[in-house]
Design a protein around this ligand. Structure first.
Ligand code: 6PG
Length: 477
């Protein structure tokens, strides 16, 4: 990643100093990929810092966590960085760490930027999506270089200032959560095609190729097509030989935990994380497969119609996932006092990153025409799209249940949609239960407010005649 970003910056006319604690790596890089380019090497942290123009702009690409703190300390103690210098952390750091580092370095007069960088190695080389946040004083000094090396979408750089403290890494975290959701949705579509319709790798590849020409056109659909077409030396699809036990480095989990902390129903990312956890229980699942029975898929009907429904289910679920992601960011902005510009975030994700898609152009358009849009589902375009997709989506979720093929992400998206559009949910009963066993109190529906039950009051009823009239002192909805 680091080497590729350096090469990318050099291609854009910047002179870059490269440093690695393993000096041999720098030498190898200078003699090979960097040869003939405007890249100079440094053999020590001191030399690295001394070779930079002031205010120094330094970007770290090291593993998230302690290595970032260690490197910052190294820059401070051995490197001799000075007031006004800028340190950018381009790794997948957890946003509370970036909050802390912004404050810590600001106290020393050093400007810290925590920047999400997405797009993998290829993105880093030819144009990633870059999400910088932290000390805004740094932005005028780094804007030109970051926007030059970033991906462009319709000529606009996929790099904008995100916000204070850890806001950049926060937005990258949500990007990764959405990435988990998109991947899980694609995996569910693949499972339904494979086990429900009995399609071959080549046939599924053809479906993804077709989908990549429509509303689902995206990097993840494109690579899925290529993966399904990819045969091993024996001529059979390699993907079928890969152990079905998913790994994760934690960014999706952070998103789900943050959603719980903020009380936001980001259900699809949550299910996507849990689906990875369930997949990792491979040996337990193998035992369960011999013990727990379920129905067998028996497809009858028109295959193409069913595949069209599957496309709609994937599209509608994706709309829900992004709506949830933006709900989360909206809530975080309020909670943490950040100004997160939704149109700019959508723009940054349009190109260069793993979730890049045509779909993000429609999201950018929606938020550009109304930056205060309360929910993506209230936008005309998405409102129409989700209504159009609804019959197919419901067909797929019900078929999954009838055939015993799990669709946690499709299903939770549909449940969210149904819950979100329901004025009266059964939480009235839940509140009654809470009051019954714990005197947790309840509020009354406005239309039933009267002298006994005021609309603003928190009420408690002695449901059994034995519980007494003392209620909990706080009402937490
Ligand atoms: C990106 C990716 C990247 C992430 C990997 C792995 O935007 O380039 O999000 O940052 O590290 O996708 O994530 P998991 O190992 O958690 O799947």
């Amino acid at each position: 990643m680091g080497q590729n970003l350096i090469l990318n910056a050099a291609d854009h006319g910047f002179t870059v100093v490269a440093f690695n604690r393993t000096v041999a790596k720098v030498d190898h890089f200078l003699e090979n990929e960097a040869k003939g380019k405007s890249i100079v090497g440094a053999k020590s942290i001191k030399e690295f810092v001394s070779k930079l123009k002031k205010p120094r702009r330094m970007m770290l690409l090291v593993m998230a966590g302690k290595p970032v703190d260690d490197f910052i300390e190294l820059l401070l103690t051995e490197g001799g960085v000075e007031k006004g210098d800028i340190i950018i952390d381009g790794g997948n750091s957890h946003y509370p760490d970036s909050n802390r580092r912004t404050k810590y370095l600001a106290e020393k007069g050093i400007r810290f930027v925590g920047s999400g960088v997405s797009g993998g190695e290829e993105g880093a080389r030819y144009g990633p999506s870059i999400m910088p946040g932290g000390n805004e004083e740094a932005w005028p000094y780094i804007k030109d270089v970051l926007q030059s090396i970033s991906a462009k979408s319709d000529g606009e750089p996929c790099c904008q200032w995100v916000g204070d403290e850890g806001a950049g890494h926060y937005v990258k975290m949500v990007h990764n959560g959405i990435e988990y959701g998109d991947m899980q949705l694609i995996c569910e579509a693949y499972d339904i095609m494979k086990r429900g319709l009995g399609l071959s790798g080549k046939e599924m590849g053809d479906v993804f190729a077709q989908w990549n020409k429509g509303v689902l056109d995206s990097f993840l659909i494109e690579i899925t097509r290529d993966i399904l077409y990819f045969n091993d030396d024996d001529g059979t699809p390699l993907v079928e030989k890969i152990l079905d036990s998913a790994g994760q480095k934690g960014t999706g989990k952070w998103t789900a935990i943050n959603a719980l902390d903020l009380g936001q129903p980001v259900t699809l990312i949550g299910e996507a994380v849990f689906a990875r956890c369930l997949s990792a229980l491979k040996s337990e699942r193998t035992r369960a497969a011999g013990l727990l029975e379920g129905p067998k898929p028996n497809f009858t009907g028109n295959k193409q119609e069913f595949l069209d429904n599957l496309e709609q289910a994937l599209y509608a679920s994706k709309i829900i996932s992004y709506a949830q992601g933006f709900m989360l960011m909206q809530s975080a902005a309020k909670e943490y006092g950040w100004t997160l510009h939704k149109p700019e975030i959508a723009l940054m994700w349009r190109g260069g990153c793993i979730i890049r898609s045509v779909f993000l152009k429609d999201i950018t358009k929606a938020y550009r025409s109304n930056p205060d849009l309360e929910n993506l589902l209230f936008d005309d375009f998405f409102n129409k799209a989700i209504h159009k997709a609804q019959p197919g989506w419901r067909d797929i979720v019900s078929k999954g249940a009838l055939w015993g093929i799990p669709t946690p992400a499709f299903s939770t998206a549909l449940s969210f949609f149904d819950g979100y559009r329901t004025k009266d949910l059964p939480a009235n009963l839940l509140q009654a239960q809470r009051d019954y066993f714990g005197a947790h109190t309840f509020r009354i529906k406005p239309e039933f407010a009267n002298e006994k039950y005021s609309e603003a009051g928190n009420h408690h009823v002695n449901w059994t005649g034995r519980g007494g009239n003392v209620s909990a002192s706080t009402y937490t909805a």
